[in-house]
Design a protein around this ligand. Sequence first.
Ligand code: BDP
Length: 694
Amino acid sequence: ESGEALWMRYLKLPSDLQSLYIPYAQVYFEEGSSTIEVAKQELAQAFVGLTGVDIKFQKKPFKCSLLIGKNVNQFWNIPDIEKNLKKCANEGFVIRSVKRNGVRRIIVTANTDAGILYGTFALIRLMQTGCPLDSLNIIERPKYKFRLLNHWDNLDGTVERGYAGRSIWWNRKETLDALKHQYLTYARANASIGINGTVLNNVNANPKVLDQEYIEKFARFADLLRPYNIKVFMSINFSSPVIIGGLPSSDPLREDVQQWWNQKVKEIYEAIPDFGGFLVKANSEGQPGPQDYGRSHADGANMLARALEPYGGIVMWRAFVYSPSGDDRAKQAYDEFVPLDGQFRDNVIIQVKNGPIDFQPREPFSPLFGAMEKTPLMIEFQITQEYLGFSDHLVYLAPLQKECLDSDTYVKNEGSTVAIVTNGTLFKHQYSAIAGVANIGRDINWTGHHFAQANWYAFGRLAWNHNLKPEDIAREWIKMTFTHDSVFVESVLDIMMRSREAVVNYMTPMGLHHLMGWDHHYGPAPWTDIEGARPDWLPRYYHNASEEGIGFNRSKSGSNAVSQYAEPLCSMFNNPKTCPQNLLLWFHHLPWDYRLSSGLTLWQELCYHYYRGVDEVKLMQKKWDRLRGRIDDERFEHVQHKLKVQVREAKWWRDACVLYFQTFSKMPIPYELERPEHDLDELMNLKFDMKNHN
Ligand code: BDP
């Protein structure tokens, strides 16, 4: 049990479930494209694994109990299936149980082969999770058009912020044939959760990716992924015309530059007819961009969009921009992009991180969501745990993502959630997209921590349907990945559902953020002072702790970031009395003895949060320890070891932050709490062992 099979283990189900499913072994699976073929194979593999019985694929539908295909309803003519198919659009599906001539049957149908693929995986999931199949009436379609993974993989095989080994895509010694199994597992996993696109290289893009050699490599990956309805996308470097094209400039308004891109795009589409498009990080953290030539983000994005348009490709242009000389970092993306609303071509989508800073354990949603009515905005989450303990800490991210997607922006009355801003329905955009920065590497279990697999899984499920509940997604994943044993399922569910708030509490409670070591972003380092470093990369910029108090004043008397939010949020955030306590120090700088509604002072409350974070992880550890014997020892012990590390490091976090902030508050740690285990000096000198983390 290495974890290699992810949630597609297809081990034998308990016998009562097997007998529920075995009657469906007579299958009519309409012939078709390679997509249909892979769906059919998957069903065969899953069915025999789960039930021990081989599927009998039949040429004629009439005796079959399971019918799958675009046209299978012609045999039954169930009128509401035709009606429901209209709701399914391109990638949705219908699964329907019917009883005819005394025989129970299931119909899986869709408008496209992709829909059949997703419908088949949905049926497999129902079996994997032990659902009865005799009264199904499922109509689904994905909420977002593009559901993407962003791999931050470099061509030399390293992975930026990757904690599960080297890149699965680049700089590999093995032949493609030798790696085929791995790539197909990747493709199946993504298809099973509805991911339909993948960016194969880092946003900090090496211009070489546009050389013929790499275009050919992309084409080979595209060929492997195509049957699984996954398109490939590429991150590009804005200066490519100069660096690899030999032009004197990359100015987007120059004709020779435009011609260069047109030609490149043509070459790409010759190799990859269904290429998805470009992802661009420009004028961000030192990357080149149109502003180098006095042009705007819109000028840059539109040039690329024009080149891609004839082929149906899109540009995902990132809004992750901030400069050390500017105003409050949290405001800069909004200030730069909102004035450009209406200037982007139709096939440009602006990619915005979930929060205004950078993938912190908790941030408010980015105020850009809802602020650009004429431009489609896509949301970017980070699945890799750059700021959440890498692949060492068990943190289930669906609650974080859900919190953001469900946040009400109030831009068009109540209910204008981030989800409906970004899924295209609020402002009626043709394109909608959602991206997750992948946590995948060459580690045998794919993600370093077995539980980090759940974050890949849950991201895909939420991208398909953001109305799903994190606990339901977790329950599915646990059953598929581990066991149906209800004691195990319920205990692990409890562990997972606690984990996000736990990490917020032991790292950055009450709206604190960016207290991590300034380069590695792993352990606590709120004290960091590095000569010459960008101030906005250092924790002090964010916590502003002094004898007067702590927090970032983003209220109207401070940076006024609150005004980037619509009412009533602006007023609510602006007032420390109404600001949600979990974002208090995000928006306010408050004195240590500030009284909270609990009656405690800010200092006391902060201490309690840090201690609670550690207590929660200890509880997670205890709950896990009781589960020995309910799953294989291999994965049990691996997780057990990781939890031990997490408890140790949660204490580091707690002690480091409490002791460091105490040097300013000069107040005692509430006496009923145990004393810190470590000294501040010791923690300040601790060198995090980074070699295990890359
Ligand atoms: C930050 C990472 C950095 C990325 C950057 C980005 O620290 O490595 O390049 O985001 O998203 O979170 O471009």
